[in-house]
Design a protein around this ligand. Sequence first.
Ligand code: C2E
Ligand code: MG
Ligand code: MG
Ligand code: MG
Length: 284
Amino acid sequence: RAKADGRGRWRFFEPEMDARMQLRRALETDLRRALSRGEFELFYQPIVTLASRQVAGFEVLLRWRHPERGLVPPDAFIPLAEEIGLIGPIGEWVLRQACREAARWPAPLRVAVNLSPAQFAGRVLVDAVTAVLRETGLDAARLEVEITEAVMLQDTRTTLVTLHRLKALGVRIAMDDFGTGYSSLGYLQRFPFDKVKIDRSFTRELERSRKSNAIIRAVVGLCAGLDMGVTAEGVETAAQLETLSRCGCDEAQGFLFGQPRPAAELPEMLRQLEQARRAASAAA
Ligand code: C2E
Ligand code: MG
Ligand code: MG
Ligand code: MG
């Protein structure tokens, strides 16, 4: 009786909260079954080297094909997966699938995999990466892991040890979404990044704001001194691309080159990008 009462009152005062809780509970139940039901899919988005306009590799972006809700983007379920302790197994599945796929690509195409802060606890990650590389035969130098600033906010020593172990395997490390979180220049000094990915909010502002241009130039200069490459995220227009090239960015990624697409479409995507590259160099 107290339960019925309580629920009634809750619903009366907080209808939105109640709806959100129900959605969350439903998603949680479904998420727990998603891996074993094979509902996850990987999409791939090209990353292009600016100097040569050649494809350097692909970033792997996770999708959940929910039987009723359709294709669910990662922002809608990864935080929940982290919260309920599922990101470990899901992340390992992503890593294995991605490396298996990349092992079939022509070298030196790389694959970039996003990692959650939660995957940095303990030795599990390094062991998983070691096992997956051995299993798939992918050259470690062709695997890049992307981490966000949130990773560095947690236990710094553990994180550092893990990153150095990954580097010792030959894996490359990228700092993702740079400039959005609690960016600290100290992180760039202390963590062994191979490259920095400038968040797409800076790319988006390029045409409207001189400040964004100045920030990108500064990051490029800083990274050059630290032997780190710079990738610009969220490139959507030719004008942005041109500015980013002039700023000295090494690589670019965004809808201008291609949306994230399923693995089956990679050969066609590579063909089209190669055609665009030839056309651009013929025009130059
Ligand atoms: P991210 O790693 O920064 O990935 C880039 C996001 O920007 C992707 O969103 C991509 O679709 C989107 N994007 C790329 N180019 C453009 C563009 O030109 N314009 C715009 N507006 N957007 C662009 P997505 O796929 O929804 O992924 C969102 C975030 O979810 C990722 O951000 C990453 O942090 C996380 N994520 C994705 N897959 C995984 C995964 O397997 N594991 C973990 N832990 N996180 C993942
Ligand atoms: Mg990323
Ligand atoms: Mg990013
Ligand atoms: Mg992001």
